[in-house]
Design a protein around this ligand. Structure first.
Ligand code: NDP
Ligand code: 2IT
Length: 446
């Protein structure tokens, strides 16, 4: 078995050199799937694994724009249309200076499995640009978004490919991109999700990734007769996912002791309260400042150039970026008594870190299961757009909750071990794979 995995991964590495994050994401999935495929030879015969790692289409394009000084800037834009077996390509857009093809291919690949897990009819894709929104004026961000969409619009559509937000892309950027799409195509359709509430957005979409992640962790704890009440939680990041993870945790009686950004983290020994969270939301979404600025105001500590994984906590919620928990960080978390991890971010734990958590029997929920609530609610936004109606907050939240419960059940179905430990990685990978693979077989050699 190990030989098959090794040979397969060697081919992937040779064909996609330098795309280290993509290779990492493929490796995790292949390690889960090869034993399953040995028992189900039809997938082997149909070469599903070989097909599923190759994007159906990759688009790369020039994005020229003019900054406030009148200078010309050039960025590189991308859309990776990975798999449309289950529905239109669906997945976020990331604006971050480190964006490259390998990172977007890893994200698009993970998205295929995640979207399959949601139970909704969604294919998988991801896009973005190596644009850094930090320090840019609203006008600069708008000009960039308009230029980006001027090219992207010819490749997407409500029934073709439906982008959304991700790192560096929130309500502001979705607004600018939607406006440009509408202007160029002269049509008002649900071509993007995460839209404003007045113009086709869904209630609970902004909160959905964080809320969903907390619901998933709640389900994991339930299997041990435990709950979130009174648990000390460490959260990383301070953007969309982190903010609403904290909000739901506070609602459920947990204590949140950390938040971070790419410069450092704050440690709040007594736990953040709702008022302080509101300050963070305002700081990050309106003033666009640094998390450091909260430390003085909240009378708590700030640690420059450090991540939060050295603090004592019961549960970790990595909600910033890929590979933010190393093997050493995972060992530190386990040593300090961490019993569960809910990945709000995509692939935030290194392969070594994942092994540490699993060996210590930590309840470990990989991103493609734990953070699927965001894209699931995007799927609900698409349904509402198609029907031209809006569901109430309660309706959307109930559907989101139900989807997270279903994903959790599916992970147990495929990932439950004989000793009672649930391998959520294996469970999510196999459960996500089966639906896509069967659809690909049904649809012939495409
Ligand atoms: P935001 O842009 O709103 O926030 C990102 C946060 O992560 C910021 O605090 C940012 O700090 C920090 N961060 C970003 N890059 C790095 C880095 N290289 N090192 C350290 N910190 C970093 O993004 P989201 O909250 O939307 O996304 C966070 C994660 O969740 C990502 O992995 C994303 O793929 C994932 N995700 C998002 C979903 C969504 O619906 N938005 C859905 C599912 C997953 P700084 O401001 O300093 O850059
Ligand atoms: O990683 C993700 O699932 C997202 N950024 C959300 C994608 C979406 O289409 O809502």
């Amino acid at each position: 078995m190990e030989k098959i995995v090794k040979e397969f991964l060697a081919k992937v590495a040779a064909k996609n050199p330098e795309e280290v994050e993509f290779q990492q994401a493929v490796r995790e999935v292949v390690e889960s799937l090869v034993p399953f495929m040995e028992e189900n030879p039809k997938y082997k015969k149909e070469k599903i694994l070989e097909r599923i790692i190759e994007p159906e289409r990759t688009i790369m394009f020039r994005v020229p724009w003019i900054d406030d000084k009148g200078e010309i800037n050039i960025n590189r834009g991308y859309r990776v249309e990975m798999n449309s077996a289950l529905g239109p390509y669906k997945g976020g857009i990331r604006f971050h200076p480190n964006v490259n093809l390998g990172i977007l291919k890893f994200l698009a690949f993970e998205q295929v499995f995640k979207n399959s897990l949601t139970t909704l009819p969604l294919g998988g894709g991801k896009g973005g640009a190596d644009f850094d929104p930090k320090g840019k004026s609203d006008n600069e961000v708008m000009r960039f978004c308009q230029s980006f969409m001027t090219e992207l619009q010819r490749h997407i559509g409500a029934n073709t490919d439906v982008p959304a937000g991700d790192i560096g892309v929130g309500a502001r950027e979705i607004g600018y991109m939607f406006g440009q799409y509408k202007r160029l195509r002269n049509e008002f359709t649900g071509v993007l999700t995460g839209k404003g509430l007045n113009w086709g957005g869904s209630l609970v979409r902004p909160e959905a990734t964080g809320y969903g992640c907390v619901y998933f962790v709640e389900e994991m704890l339930k299997t041990k007769g435990d709950s979130l009440k009174g648990k000390t939680c460490a959260v990383s990041g301070s953007g969309n996912v982190a903010q609403y993870t904290v909000q739901k945790l506070l609602e459920l009686g947990a204590k949140v002791v950390t938040l971070s950004d790419s410069n450092g983290f704050i440690y709040h020994e007594n736990g953040l309260d709702h008022k302080e969270l509101q300050c963070v939301i305002d700081l990050k979404n309106v003033k666009r400042g640094r998390i450091k600025e909260c430390a003085k105001q909240f009378n708590c500590s700030y640690y420059e150039s450090k991540n939060p994984w050295g603090v004592k906590c019961d549960i970790a919620f990595p909600s910033a970026t890929q590979n933010e928990i190393s093997g050493a960080d995972a060992r530190e978390l386990v040593k300090n008594g961490c019993i569960a991890v809910g990945e709000g971010a995509n692939m935030p734990t290194t392969p070594e870190g994942v092994k540490v958590f699993q060996k210590a029997k930590v309840l470990y929920a990989p991103g493609k299961a734990a953070n699927a609530g965001g894209v699931a609610t995007s799927g609900l936004e698409m349904s509402q757009n198609s029907m031209r109606i809006s569901w109430s907050r309660q309706e959307v939240d109930a559907k989101l909750r139900q989807i997270m419960v279903l994903i959790h059940e599916n992970c147990i179905r495929y990932g439950g071990n004989r000793d009672g430990y649930v391998d959520y990685v294996k469970g999510a990978n196999i459960a996500g794979f089966v639906k896509v693979a069967d659809a690909m077989i049904d649809q012939g050699l495409v």
